[in-house]
Write a protein that binds this ligand. Structure first.
Ligand SMILES: Cc1ncc(COP(=O)(O)O)c(C=O)c1O
Length: 341
C-alpha cells in the first residue's frame, strides 16, 4: 500500500547509503572518541589494510586506504595521468575534474547510444593514453561493464597505460576484477565505504593494485589523510558484514521494483546494477517541472542539467534508492504529476 504523504524530506540526490548504521557499531565506535588525542596510524594504515585485504581477497601490500575514493581518483590522476587521460562519458564527474585540476590533457569519449552505455575506446586512443578510466557499474547510468571488455583494454594497454576501474558500487554489482591485479600490472581498482557501508561522512575509500603501483599512488597522498575515527570505523564496520549484505539485497529489490514502476508509467529508465536509477523525462522543460514538483513535496533528486555529467543530455533525473516506503512515495508523486500535467 503506497503512502500519500511522508512527513520528512527525502534526500535522493547523493548516492550514499540511505539506511541506518547498526546501533552496536555506533556504540562501539563512540568509545574511540576517548582516544582522539592520538594521531591515526598514517602511511599504509596497516591494521586497516589487513582488514580490507581480507575483505577483498588480496595481500595487505596491495591496499592503500584513502580519504574517500575521491582521493584514489585524485592521486591516481596525479601519478599516471600526465600524458593523456581517457574518460568514458557520461560518467562520474571527478575523473574529469581531477584531470582539469592538474592541467592534464584528457579526452572525453562518448559511450552512450540509444540508451545503451558501452565503452567506446578505439585501439588508437588506448595506445596514446597513460591513464584510462572505467566506472563499473557506471555512474550515472548504472550499467555494468563486461569483464572480458576490461580484460581486452588491459591487454591492449599493458606496458603503456594504467587502467583504473572504479568499483565504488561493487557491493551491488557483485562482480570485480581485483583477482586480475597479478596478471595485469597496469590495473588499479578503486573502492569506497560510502555507497555500501554507510560511511560517506567519514570519507573512507581505498585503492587496490600491485605493490609498485600502490607506492606510486601513495606518493601523492598525505601521510595522515584518513582520520582516526574513519580508520577505526573501517576496521570495525566489517564485523557487521551480514547486516549490510541484507541491506544490499533489499536495495536491489527496491531498485528493480522502482524501475518497474517507472516503466509502467511509460518513463524510460536505464536498467541499473547500482544503488541509483537514471530516468529520462524527455525534454528539459518537463524534467525541470518534475524535479520542482518532487522538491516541493520534499523529495530531492539529482538533475542532469547542472555541470555534473559531461556527455549526458539535460532531460534526466537520477534517483538514489532508499527504502521501499520512500521509493513507493516517489512513484506516487510521479503518478500524480502525470495525471496533473
Ligand atoms: C563512481 C564514483 N566513484 C567515486 C565516488 C566517490 O566516492 P567517495 O569519495 O565517497 O568514496 C563516487 C561518489 O558519488 C562515485 O559515484
Amino acid at each position: 500500500m503506497r503512502k500519500d504523504k511522508i512527513n520528512k524530506s527525502i534526500h535522493l540526490e547523493h548516492s550514499c547509503l540511505k539506511y541506518p548504521l547498526p546501533p552496536e557499531f555506533l556504540k562501539e565506535l563512540s568509545e574511540e572518541l576517548h582516544f582522539m588525542n592520538e594521531y591515526p596510524s598514517g602511511g599504509y594504515y596497516r591494521a586497516l589494510s589487513n582488514k580490507l585485504a581480507e575483505y577483498v581477497g588480496v595481500t595487505p601490500e596491495s591496499i592503500l586506504p584513502t580519504n574517500g575514493s575521491d582521493e584514489v581518483i585524485e592521486s591516481v590522476t596525479r601519478a599516471f595521468g600526465s600524458q593523456l587521460i581517457l574518460i568514458p562519458v557520461p560518467t562520474f564527474s571527478q575523473y574529469e575534474v581531477s584531470a582539469k585540476r592538474n592541467g592534464f590533457h584528457h579526452q572525453l569519449v562518448p559511450c552512450l547510444q540509444d540508451y545503451h552505455y558501452q565503452l567506446n575506446y578505439s585501439e588508437q586512443d588506448l595506445k596514446k593514453a597513460s591513464l584510462i578510466w572505467i566506472c563499473n557499474p557506471n555512474n550515472p547510468t548504472g550499467s555494468s561493464i563486461a569483464r572480458d571488455e576490461i580484460k581486452k583494454i588491459l591487454a591492449i594497454t599493458s606496458g603503456s597505460a594504467i587502467v583504473a576501474v572504479d568499483e565504488c558500487n561493487y557491493e551491488y554489482l557483485g562482480e570485480s576484477v581485483v583477482d586480475l591485479i597479478q596478471e595485469y600490472p597496469n590495473l588499479v581498482i578503486s573502492r569506497s565505504f560510502s555507497k555500501n557501508f554507510g560511511l560517506a561522512g567519514f570519507r573512507l575509500g581505498f585503492a587496490v593494485s600491485s605493490t609498485r603501483n600502490i607506492a606510486k599512488i601513495a606518493y601523492y597522498c598525505q601521510h595522515f589523510r584518513v582520520n582516526k575515527m574513519a580508520e577505526m570505523a573501517g576496521i570495525k564496520v566489517l564485523k557487521y558484514l551480514a547486516y549490510f549484505q541484507g541491506i544490499w539485497e533489499e536495495i536491489a529489490r527496491v531498485r528493480d521494483q522502482f524501475i518497474n514502476g517507472l516503466q509502467q508509467m511509460g518513463i524510460m529508465v536505464f536498467s541499473s546494477r547500482a544503488n541509483f536509477v537514471l530516468a529520462d523525462f524527455v525534454s528539459l522543460e518537463n524534467t525541470k517541472k518534475v524535479w520542482q514538483y518532487l522538491r516541493k513535496e520534499g523529495v530531492y533528486t539529482f538533475a542532469a542539467w547542472g555541470e555534473e555529467f559531461s556527455g549526458l543530455d539535460e532531460h534526466y533525473i537520477r534517483f538514489t534508492i532508499s527504502n521501499q516506503q520512500e521509493m513507493d512515495y516517489v512513484l506516487t508523486l510521479l503518478e500524480r504529476f502525470q495525471k496533473e500535467n
